[in-house]
Design a protein around this ligand. Structure first.
Ligand SMILES: NC(=O)C1=CN([C@@H]2O[C@H](COP(=O)(O)OP(=O)(O)OC[C@H]3O[C@@H](n4cnc5c(N)ncnc54)[C@H](OP(=O)(O)O)[C@@H]3O)[C@@H](O)[C@H]2O)C=CC1
Ligand SMILES: N[C@@H](CC(=O)OP(=O)(O)O)C(=O)O
Length: 376
């Protein structure tokens, strides 16, 4: 990483730069120690306009001066040819074809969209959990026709999945496999992008349905918490937690909160006897992800904060813990049906989206899958 800090930096593009996640990317990348924002992409509606005119800016900090006058392009690789990396906050309706075109143009694509999460050669990485899955990148590059030298797609997870798997992984590290998990979410409006759910549907209300969300959570957790196995033919596959079968049941609800997905979680461990609530608290506090120990600059200093007050975490008070990069847990207690239950809060736009992608790119640099111009 020191070579990057020696001055050259890595030129990056942002696809879907005008959207909710795209704006968070811009805010986080504007002062990043490795990355230099070089090109911005969005739809034909935005193309040709300076970023400050194309984006309906909704962040609490002003538009960074370095992007104000950048002309937004359509998301075609020829407009990004001097970039090494693109971060994608594209609408899933269009992300599939666009991200695959950028990969074919030999760019490293870090995506928030759901399109490639189930692809058997694409790592689905929550950077505080399964950084080891980046090892699938060379196989993805080799299987591509024609084989790629630098290009790949790496996705991060659904924002609710992300908040859930961080404490689940911390618990599995300390206490072995989790056998079953029941989770009920209270998801913020910003999860649906801008303008999102109409105000008349969400103010003074709770909507007990988010299309496709429960299936995504139940499936993504298995890929993320599973390992990678290598067959006799040398090919690697994601094992979907198959060695230690895990059942997940998710119920997803939209609530009138702007940012921050909260969820109540109950778990049963495979090993008996299960840990006590106090042991669980201690394991969550002590959890140190690889991204933190190897010094990824966007990784939270503390991944999980455990509240002792019985009425925390709360979205309004806790969603910016570690600038939105850490998660907050509270109300750790015995569950009379499973073993342990607790509450989690994760910032859906930060660790649930843009922050995860950026830490994933930092991990890819540290593992040699993305090279700075000075070492290419
Ligand atoms: N919001 C969240 O909390 C999370 C979102 N995600 C995922 O991240 C992605 C972005 O979400 P979000 O920012 O909320 O969505 P938004 O609707 O706010 O933004 C969508 C972006 O996609 C661009 N876009 C739309 N159509 C096209 C097109 N035809 N060609 C090129 N660009 C296009 C838009 O550009 P324009 O302004 O020109 O229309 C805009 O920049 C989605 O896939 C979403 O599922 C994942 C985790 C969390
Ligand atoms: N569906 C999530 C956000 C999202 O975009 O998820 P995904 O990237 O899995 O489609 C929410 O509404 O809160």
């Amino acid at each position: 990483m020191s070579k990057i800090m020696d001055g050259k930096g890595i030129r990056v593009g942002v696809l879907g730069a005008t959207g909710t996640v795209g704006q968070r990317f811009i805010t986080l990348l504007a002062n990043h120690p490795f990355f230099i924002i070089h090109a911005l992409g969005a739809s034909a509606r935005s193309a040709g306009k300076p970023y400050s005119k194309a984006a309906n800016w909704k962040q609490t900090t002003p538009i960074p001066s370095i992007v104000r006058d950048i002309i937004v392009h359509e998301c075609k690789p020829e407009h990004f040819e001097n970039c090494t990396v693109v971060f994608s906050g594209l609408d899933a309706e269009v992300a599939g074809d666009i991200e695959s075109a950028f990969r074919a143009a030999d760019l490293a694509v870090f995506s928030n969209a759901k399109n490639y999460r189930r692809d058997p050669s694409v790592p689905l990485v929550v950077p505080l959990v399964n950084a080891s899955h980046l090892s699938m990148i060379p196989q993805q590059q080799a299987l591509h026709q024609p084989p790629l030298k630098r290009g790949f797609v790496l996705t991060n997870a659904n924002c609710s999945t992300t908040g859930l798997v961080i404490p689940l992984h911390a618990l599995e590290k300390s206490f072995g496999p989790i056998e079953s998990c029941i989770v009920t979410t209270m998801q913020a409006i910003s999860g649906g992008g801008y303008p999102g759910v109409p105000s008349l549907d969400i103010i003074d209300n709770v909507v007990p349905y988010i299309g496709g969300e429960e299936e995504k959570m139940e499936w993504e957790v298995l890929k993320i918490l599973g390992g990678i196995t290598q067959g006799d033919d040398g090919l690697k596959t994601f094992d979907m937690h198959a060695r230690n079968p895990l059942r997940v049941s998710a119920s997803c609800n939209r609530v009138p909160v702007i940012d921050g997905h909260m969820m109540t979680v109950s778990v049963r461990f495979a090993r008996r006897p299960p840990p006590s609530p106090q042991h669980v608290r201690e394991a969550l506090v002590a959890f140190t992800p690889e991204a933190q120990s190897i010094g990824c600059p966007s990784a939270p200093v503390h991944a999980i904060f455990v509240h002792e007050d019985p009425d925390r975490p709360q979205p309004r008070l806790d969603r910016y813990y570690q600038d939105g990069a850490g998660v907050s847990v509270g109300r750790v207690r015995q569950c009379p049906v499973l073993d342990i239950k607790f509450v989690v809060l994760a910032n859906n736009v930060s660790i649930g989206a843009a922050t995860s992608s950026i830490i994933n790119a930092e991990l890819a640099i540290s593992k040699g899958f993305v090279k700075a111009p000075s070492v290419q």
